[in-house]
Design a protein around this ligand. Structure first.
Ligand SMILES: [Zn+2]
Length: 322
């Protein structure tokens, strides 16, 4: 991933920008000009270039501090606020070289059952992150932990993009959340919360460390399998079927390993059954047409699409909606 910067960046190559402008005036191919100068002109008329996130890292100490202070894992609805400067929270050499001002922006961490992953307040120069979405940062399962880290990074990049949009005066993002979209999010949120509680309740009590680790691995793969299963129903192609089958084989092996260590598959079955019993609740969901209407509405908002990098590949050609 990357951030999209503009001409106010300290690292903006203005000579290249002038070259790009000249070449575009001469009617040269936008894609070619972009590739060769690093610059393109977005629909709002403002030039853009990309900042790579290869040296972007979330500061481990900031997370550790959060984990220490956070009581949310035990009592879900506790609200904990921790503030950091963006500079203390992440390291991102290229970004801070381009926008030193961003160093002093605040990062506020909180934990709240809501549908908002993060937000940016231009008025307060503050990025707020809802850590409820990243509570697997402390999961006993390493894959879930990695996923959570990746998600946190994505949200930070998204909100940093809104900060840059504000600084550069780019077209703004807004996220007009339709009632339907909210409904899906709330349902997903509740299912996730219920599952996590069930998982902890059932598996944390296992007094065999190997069994416990296997059980968490199993439940992680089980989620992946259910996603793949749904995907194979929707897409009905060889690739998606193969993926689901592969995962189901891995699950079978893992379950066997668990039984070898623990003597039965009772705890795993219990969580599995619980997850399936939740399935009916999730069926009360909008139709695909409704979801796609809601997504379209989201994408029509330029800044939101830019922050989500939804059309980055086609930035030059797709920048044509109103
Ligand atoms: Zn946004």
């Amino acid at each position: 991933m990357f951030s999209i910067a503009g001409e106010k960046a300290k690292t903006a190559n203005i000579a290249k920008l002038e070259e790009a402008k000249k070449r575009l005036e001469n009617g040269e191919d936008k894609q070619k000009v972009w590739e060769e100068t690093g610059w393109y002109i977005a629909k709002d008329g403002k030039p853009r270039f990309e900042i790579s996130d290869r040296d972007f890292k979330v500061n481990e100490k900031a997370i550790d501090k959060w984990l220490e202070d956070d009581k949310a894992y035990i009592t879900p609805h506790t609200h904990v606020d921790i503030s950091n400067k963006l500079y203390d929270f992440i390291s991102h050499k290229e970004l801070f070289e381009a926008y030193p001002e961003l160093k002093d922006y605040s990062v506020q961490l909180y934990d709240e059952p809501s549908t908002t992953r993060g937000s940016f307040s231009a008025e307060n120069k503050t990025i707020k992150i809802n850590m409820d979405f990243y509570d697997d940062l402390k999961s006993p399962n390493r894959f879930a932990r990695d996923d959570s880290r990746t998600e946190l990074k994505k949200t930070l990049i998204h909100e940093i993009q809104h900060a840059i949009q504000d600084y550069e005066g780019f077209a703004k993002g807004s996220n007009p959340e339709s009632v339907l979209k909210k409904k899906i999010k709330v349902a997903q949120y509740e299912a996730k919360r219920a599952k996590r509680e069930k998982l902890n309740e059932t598996l944390d009590g296992l007094n065999n460390a190997t069994a416990k680790s296997l059980a968490y691995d199993y439940m992680y793969l089980f989620d992946k399998f259910r996603e793949a299963e749904l995907d194979s129903i929707n897409k009905a192609n060889d690739e998606s079927f193969e993926k689901a089958i592969k995962l189901s084989r891995q699950l079978k092996d893992l379950k066997q390993s668990f039984v070898d260590v623990y003597g039965s598959d009772e705890p795993i079955k219990e969580v599995e059954n619980f997850v399936y019993s939740q399935k009916d609740k999730a069926n009360d969901k909008p139709t695909l047409a409704e979801i796609s209407e809601s997504n379209d509405r989201y994408k029509r908002h330029y800044g939101e699409g830019e922050a989500s990098k939804e059309f980055c590949q086609d930035a030059v050609t797709i920048f044509s909606f109103g």
